[in-house]
Ligand binder design. Structure first.
Ligand SMILES: NC(=O)c1ccc[n+]([C@@H]2O[C@H](COP(=O)([O-])OP(=O)(O)OC[C@H]3O[C@@H](n4cnc5c(N)ncnc54)[C@H](O)[C@@H]3O)[C@@H](O)[C@H]2O)c1
Length: 356
């Protein structure tokens, strides 16, 4: 049976996420939350259909208020980034399984508060929402990185991506807040790496301070682009280069990037939805799969159904919780390295932030 769910953040990005909640089978929307109640009602109603009409009449200013009126077991958070950590703490405190779109927190102090709230309620599933690990192309790459019929032990690899994102109109908070390149942009790609291979032991990262007023880059540390070199326990090194100052990803649209990953038994090459698996000098699989879907609603439906299954049956529960929070730690380790110039011990940071 679908799990009763409260949806937080109803305009802009949250509006299309609510459409995904309505479409998914595992969760059942029972109420909405937004600080702008009137604006949210209008936004929800504009989705059309009977479920949206019902929800437009059930918009409340806080999660606490929504839960007073409607019983629920799950809370999904798509509100403004700066509100995430406090909303997650409120949601967990109310006893709700919680999924919050990345970044779940903006600073290490916020992450400590989130981890402390979860430690009080360890039976609740807490997940950082990610869009890009769910599409068929990402799922196939993960399969080749993890399963015995893939590349075997990872020996090294790289990922590159670029996107021209106008931070004046599409992410003002991201333009003004230190470290939001890794947390809000690089996490789209590196979450896929963490989902498949877990955390590296060490990371060394740099960001550039280039300014470009035309696309809202005003020289704040860690907002425009960055590089990272990740060292895994077996000696494998993974390199990442990403920038928001580039250009459209065409013909490989969708923030997914270009990947080359080498393993003991084979190599993967991926350009967004185009994937090839090589073994002993030959291409043994050559696939064109759906990468990120237009407006990402279909990807979100896959994610929400996986979240519902993890709560209902336990399937993938530890992987979802551990790997999505580990992605946050890796992104913060990149920021720490870029700030200090040091090679950062990622596992030590994970223990410090998430294991008390
Ligand atoms: N994963 C992706 O690809 C992707 C893409 C775009 C945005 N996002 C993320 O989604 C989130 C929302 O983005 P947006 O552009 O819609 O942001 P936004 O700032 O426009 O806010 C969205 C909604 O949150 C509401 N809100 C703000 N504070 C609130 C609070 N304390 N309680 C309840 N509601 C509150 C606002 O009224 C608004 O309706 C951001 O964190 C952003 O980083 C993710």
């Amino acid at each position: 049976m679908a799990i009763p769910t409260i949806h937080v953040g109803c305009k802009v990005f949250g509006r299309s996420r609510l459409q995904a909640l309505i479409e998914c089978g595992g969760l059942d929307p029972v109420a909405c939350v937004d600080v702008d109640v009137e604006g949210a009602r209008e936004s929800v109603r504009s989705l059309g259909g009977s479920a949206a009409e019902m929800l437009a009449g059930r918009v409340y200013p806080t999660i606490t208020e929504a839960l007073r009126r409607h019983s629920a077991e799950v809370c999904l958070i798509y509100a403004s980034t700066q509100a995430h950590a406090a909303l997650v703490v409120e949601s967990l405190g109310l006893g709700l399984h919680t999924l919050c779109v990345k970044p779940i927190a903006v600073t290490q102090d916020e992450m400590r508060r989130v981890a402390a709230a979860h430690a009080e309620r360890p039976g609740l599933l807490l997940v950082q929402g990610q869009n890009k690990r769910w599409n068929p192309a990402a799922a196939k790459m993960r399969e080749w990185l993890r399963e015995p019929h893939g590349i075997g032990e990872m020996l090294g690899g790289e990922c590159r991506f670029w996107v021209r994102l106008d931070l004046r109109t599409e992410g003002r908070f991201d333009a003004l807040t230190e470290g939001l390149f890794f947390h809000a942009a690089a996490s789209h790609q590196l979450d896929q790496l963490v989902a498949a291979k877990g955390l590296p032991d060490y990371v060394t990262a740099k960001t550039h301070l280039d300014g470009d007023e035309e696309i809202g880059q005003i020289g704040v540390m860690g907002t425009a682009g960055g590089q990272a070199l990740m060292e895994y326990a077996n000696g494998a090194v993974f390199c990442y280069t990403g920038t928001r100052a580039g250009h459209l990803n065409e013909p490989f649209a969708g923030w997914s990037g270009h990947w080359e990953i080498h393993g003991k038994r084979g190599d993967v090459r991926r350009d967004a939805g185009r994937l090839r698996l090589y073994r002993k000098g030959r291409c043994v699989e050559n696939l064109s799969l759906q990468d990120i879907h237009t407006d990402m609603v279909a990807d979100e439906v896959i994610q929400l159904d996986a979240f519902a299954r993890a709560i209902g049956t336990g399937e993938g529960r530890d992987w979802l919780h551990n790997s999505t929070l580990a992605t946050w730690v890796l992104m913060e380790a990149c920021n720490e390295s870029a700030r200090t110039g040091a090679r950062v011990d990622v596992k030590a940071m994970h223990a410090d932030l998430l294991e008390g």
